[in-house]
Ligand binder design. Structure first.
Ligand SMILES: [Zn+2]
Length: 372
């Protein structure tokens, strides 16, 4: 009987160690993240992200391209130097000291969409909801997203009010893409406004209606960024998506000089956001960030400006992960292919939430981030 008790006690002790070890193990891997930030650069090609200025493309739109300010600012001998001139903060600080990036095919790392449509609404819906719905979402003018996004899910899980989760984007379609329940958290896009007591945001709303972009459905990214920052500072938002757009629209316009400038400006805004995160007690060491893209674009001088079903190259995307939970740095090499539908679950996993509760068919959290 005593022997039996000892055996039972031993078993209980072993079970206890396994249970507690498991709990603390997963807590250690996840507990630091209290906030997540998703940043997207619409249609920013892997070619520029990993290789910087593409001289062939530039020459194809401007035979005097070597005389432009953009060429002087961003040209260099090697891909590494060119991308560092184009996005200096991203490449020389963020990816060196704080995060890693998947999708450089020359290093045998691929990141891809699972949707086959390769344009924006399907791409953002895949990012935000964790699943492609090529049978349902077939157009950028699709009405309200019928599927809940990770922002909807996180908003429900946190139960911290309508300002704890937010979406700020330059493109008006985000009013429809970001949530299946408009009104449950802040969604602000393009030239939309909302009632707020934040003077800085009200001034930006006034200015955005005066400083017109070339595209009626898209406000300048500057406004999107500044409004998002003002909101973040006021409410210490726990989950936010900032959707930049100019990289896509200047490319459609075949204005390569401005595509490069837009990447460079966005790099500066990411730096500004990062510096705020570093000096704020609510964010420093507790914030996980994913920077990614809705779709790629063509790889030739003919179709670099384009994307969609007829441009299969546009399925290749990139994803950068900056998180206190993750030790990976620099570019992924010889890695398993990862997919756009894994982003929502990854962001939720950083927060300690299981996204399959929201959508069992969504892509799973990117395993490599949590295994090394
Ligand atoms: Zn586009």
């Amino acid at each position: 009987m005593i022997a039996m008790m000892n055996a039972r006690k031993k078993l209980l002790a072993v079970l206890f160690v396994i249970l507690v070890g498991g709990l603390f193990g997963s807590a250690n891997a996840q507990s630091r993240t209290e906030n997540v930030i998703l940043i997207t650069l619409d249609g920013a090609r892997t070619q520029e992200i990993f290789g910087g200025l593409d001289a062939e493309v530039f020459r194809s739109v401007n035979k005097n391209f070597e005389k432009t300010a953009a060429y002087k600012n961003y040209s260099a001998a090697t891909a590494k130097e060119r991308r560092e001139r184009l996005m200096p903060f991203f490449w020389k600080t963020l990816m060196v000291s704080h995060g890693s990036i998947a999708g450089n095919r020359t290093l045998k790392s691929e990141a891809k969409t699972t949707n086959r449509l390769l344009f924006s609404y399907p791409g953002y819906s895949e990012i935000l909801t964790g699943q492609a719905h090529d049978d349902v979402i077939t157009s950028n003018s699709h009405p309200q997203n019928p599927y809940p996004s990770f922002l909807d899910f996180v908003s429900r899980k946190l139960a911290a009010g309508p300002n704890a989760v937010a979406e700020f984007s330059s493109w008006d379609a985000f009013m429809r893409i970001a949530t299946n329940k408009p009104g449950s958290f802040v969604v602000n896009a393009a030239y939309e406004t909302y009632a707020t007591n934040n003077n800085e945001i009200n001034e930006l709303f006034r200015l955005q209606s005066q400083v017109l972009s070339p595209w009626p459905s898209v406000r300048h990214d500057y406004f999107t960024f500044k409004i998002a920052m003002a909101h973040l500072k006021q409410f210490r938002t726990r989950a936010i998506h900032i959707g930049f757009d100019e990289t896509d629209d200047y490319a459609h316009d075949r204005n390569y000089e401005r595509v490069l400038d837009a990447l460079n400006k966005t790099d500066g805004w990411i730096k500004e956001l990062w510096e705020f995160v570093q000096k704020d007690a609510r964010y420093r060491g507790k914030t996980s960030i994913i920077v990614t893209v809705d779709h790629g674009r063509g790889n030739s001088t003919k179709d670099w400006s384009d994307h969609g079903q007829d441009v299969p190259e546009a399925q290749y995307i990139w994803m950068a992960f900056i998180s206190p939970e993750v030790a990976l740095r620099g570019e992924w090499q010889n890695a398993e292919t990862i997919y756009q539908n894994q982003i929502a679950a990854t962001l939720c996993r950083f927060l300690g939430f299981d996204y399959s509760e929201n959508n069992p068919n969504a892509g799973k959290a990117v395993a490599r981030l949590f295994s090394e």
